[in-house]
Design a protein around this ligand. Sequence first.
Ligand SMILES: Nc1ncnc2c1ncn2[C@@H]1O[C@H](COP(=O)(O)OP(=O)(O)OP(=O)(O)O)[C@@H](O)[C@H]1O
Ligand SMILES: [Mg+2]
Length: 318
Amino acid sequence: MSNIIEVRELKKYFGKGDKLVKAVDGISLDIREGEIFGLLGPNGAGKTTSLRMIIGLLKPDAGNITIMGGDPLKNGNKLKRKLGIIPQSVTFYEDLTVEENLSFLAKIYNIPRSITNERIDSLISRVGLEKKRKQLVRTLSGGLQRRLNLILGLIHDPTIILCDEPTPGLDPQSRVAVWEVIKELPNQGKTVILTTHFMEEADRLSDRVAIIDHGKILVLDTPKKLKSSIGEGDLVEFTLTEKTNLENLAQKLKTFEGIEDAYVSSGLIVIRSLDVVSRLSRVLGFIESHGSKVENMSIRSTSLEDVFINLTGRALRD
Ligand SMILES: Nc1ncnc2c1ncn2[C@@H]1O[C@H](COP(=O)(O)OP(=O)(O)OP(=O)(O)O)[C@@H](O)[C@H]1O
Ligand SMILES: [Mg+2]
């Protein structure tokens, strides 16, 4: 696969002196044609600033970007038709209907009428807005508005789709509807860059993920490899009735045979083990012998959140 976007040592700083913010601080990455590339990071990590530079909306302080073989700052107009930008904040005309918003935008792009109607039907059905197509957008729920926001970015059949946080605050149904549309895009020959601070979203949708924090890429790989990088096995989280000395308890559990790791996170004891079920009775017995009891327990697989915690010592969502 060839690279459709190449980013080298990209930098953007805002402010001065005490107020200097290194929003993007030396990011390099290659986006391969036909992949969904996830930029995962907490609020303020530099995701939107990176996207804005990639699409030529913001001039970098340093570094190089090549997008479809050209410089985004020089090829703005030619590039615009190839890019589908789905912004973090929704943009549409509230006093037009769903259908009118789409056909208005199609006119701006000069898309022939014969193509427009068919495309609008297809996009509307992809996000399940058929029954709402003649409704004024301001009367739609937030979830349905976001679904419209997504397909507005696809009306001109772009080659690269840049999706900035497509699902915050969405109801589960709308979230899944948005995910399904994004996931299908590579099958139509599209390349997608997705920014998100939801580890589950990055995990489910992305072929590769770059985890970014304070303007730097911490790691970049497939979700599977990132998760296995912190070690094999499943995680068990214990909530204890008696919270004294959790650290001490974790240290001791770490020495148990078959337990790969044990630590305290957000007031819970977490252990990682390959064959979790066979270790449980010993762990529970040990906790009780220390005068505490397990109030709640859950077993789960490692997530990208664990990868982030492992790298930074803090949670993705504060
Ligand atoms: N125009 C600007 N002027 C000053 N500071 C800015 C500007 N744009 C972004 N920043 C700062 O740069 C940093 C990165 O912001 P950015 O919007 O890229 O983060 P983000 O990863 O998209 O965060 P979020 O998840 O909240 O959308 C933040 O500290 C932000 O306050
Ligand atoms: Mg952002």
